[in-house]
Design a protein around this ligand. Structure first.
Ligand code: 5AD
Ligand code: SF4
Length: 477
């Protein structure tokens, strides 16, 4: 599963360079996981040949796309309230004789389908995540259509075969995302993903490798492989066999210039021995893994249909740490899944104490219509969920502060991503995804440099550059 929600506007998506005046203007609002950010980039790429370039904001846009996320509570309400604001803009533009195409994409589109245009008839296009390659055709239909265009099928053809390469005019992003797998067959009791993103499907290895090479040619030094259940990856390999994620990681690590590889989000039961071993053998595989456990109680893990026990998770962490001693972990936790007692919650706290996380995300359980847990008995009272959530968050915060404090005084390799907070400063990220700031020339952007961590800031590390010549990656934290 994905990391918590964040929100981006079109400026961050892949759009034609600002110096090419676009024929038509596109504004995108992206909620949710990194996969949605990646998808927004792809939608912009698909629309670029139609002349779409970045708008300054919705009032300036010939087309607005909301790329939505359904993982959180009230996701649908949030979409309708944004649509309400966009309706006013669309009507004002129409009074000036300008057409505005409003599109709703992503998981809310997939889940709600025609209900969106029933409730908001001014929406022109509703498109599910498996149909983005058909967007140009949908736009053409929306231009001439009398009614809304709704595409929420899981088409037989693979959208990845039809999506264009990332446009060469994209920012030369040092860190890039690459979707290798979509959908999920795990059916955790609480989760909408198997319903909104469909069955698990992996891209062929050759297509992934070609896209990675292309991203590197555009300046990427770090690639995060994305998938709802990314370590279930089993794409067709060049040798005619299915490749697992480990095999793919070895092939990607051979790409010159690709120095850091990450993958998210993994399921504990899909961490096979080959992938664990790859962490020892591939220096480019970063020693930081997001491995959601959701609960530390076997009873609740069973009710969640997670297919492993708390001890199996502990053993897995031990194995990974034995394989690569500098490995650090982050996780997701759901608090107050139906049936969770205080004893179950205590087991979760105990698991957190046993493992020691560098970071963790925690969510109060909220029912997703159509999922098994939504109708399950034993709903936990909201006030009790709040109490448990804050107790868990205090513990996780202590562990996170402790992890960050342990990097002070260490020498670590930092990938410089761009300017820092203040003039003369540059910023980057550590192997553990910590933000790092230091004095240095911006000419180092895109390079991995050794730094000494001096102190902890609120959400970042302050460091000193050790020497200006980049060196081979080797984490020492
Ligand atoms: N309620 C609360 N949290 C949820 N998540 C997924 N579905 C729900 C839900 N119904 C959390 C899980 C997942 C993360 C991305 O969101 O912890 O790993
Ligand atoms: Fe959802 Fe579970 Fe699949 Fe993750 S593994 S996407 S939580 S069903």
């Amino acid at each position: 599963m994905s990391l918590p929600e964040f929100r981006l506007t079109a400026a961050s998506a892949t759009l034609p360079a600002a110096d090419q005046k676009p024929l038509r203007r596109l504004h995108m609002i992206t909620w949710g996981c990194q996969m949605n950010v990646y998808d927004s980039g792809k939608m912009a790429d698909v629309l670029a040949p139609l002349g779409y370039g970045p708008a300054d904001g919705p009032a300036d846009a010939d087309m607005v796309i909301l790329n939505t996320c359904h993982i959180r509570e009230r996701a649908t309400d949030k979409v309708f309230s944004e649509l309400g604001r966009l309706r006013v803009i669309k009507e004002a533009r129409a009074a000036d004789g300008k057409q505005t195409i409003l599109a709703v994409a992503g998981c809310v589109a997939q889940a709600e389908g025609a209900f969106i245009t029933e409730r908001a008839p001014y929406v022109d296009i509703v498109l599910g995540p498996q149909t983005y390659h058909r967007l140009p055709e949908m736009v053409a239909r929306a231009h001439r259509a009398a009614g809304p265009v709704i595409e929420t099928d899981f088409p037989v053809e693979q959208k990845f075969d039809f999506l264009p390469e990332t446009a060469p005019s994209q920012d030369r992003a040092v860190t890039a995302f690459l979707t290798i797998q979509e959908g999920c067959d795990k059916f955790c009791s609480f989760c909408v993903v198997p319903y909104t993103r469909g069955a698990e499907a992996s891209r062929p290895a050759a297509a992934v490798i070609a896209e990675a090479r292309h991203l590197v040619s555009l300046g990427a030094r770090e690639i995060t492989l994305l998938g709802q259940n990314v370590n279930a990856y089993h794409g067709a390999g060049a040798d005619g066999r299915d490749w697992g994620l480990a095999r793919l990681a070895y092939a990607l690590a051979d790409i010159p210039g690709l120095d850091r590889i990450r993958y998210t989000t993994s399921h504990p039961s899909d961490m096979d021995d080959a992938l664990i071993a790859a962490h020892a053998e591939i220096p480019a595989l970063m020693p930081f893994l997001h491995l959601p456990v959701q609960s530390g109680s076997d009873r609740i893990l069973a009710a969640m249909n997670r297919r492993h026990t708390a001890d199996a998770y502990r053993r897995l962490i031990d194995k990974l740490r034995t394989t690569r001693p500098d490995m650090a972990f982050s996780s997701d936790f759901i608090i107050g899944h139906p049936g969770e007692t205080t004893a179950d919650f205590d087991a979760t706290l105990q698991l957190i104490r046993d493992v020691g996380f560098a970071q963790a995300y925690s969510f109060k359980y909220s029912p997703r219509p159509g999922t098994p847990a939504a109708g399950a008995p034993g709903m936990v009272a909201e006030a009790e969920k709040d109490r448990r959530l804050s107790e868990l968050q205090i513990l996780v915060r202590e562990q996170q502060d402790d992890f960050n404090a342990r990097t002070v005084g260490l020498e670590i390799p930092v990938l410089v991503t761009g300017p820092g907070r203040h003039a003369g400063q540059i910023g980057g990220r550590s192997p553990y995804l910590q933000a790092v700031h230091m004095d240095g020339p911006i000419s180092l952007a895109g390079q991995i440099v050794p730094v000494k961590v001096d102190s902890l800031m609120t959400n970042s590390l302050s460091a000193t550059l050790l020497n200006a010549s980049p060196r081979q990656e080797r984490a020492s934290a």
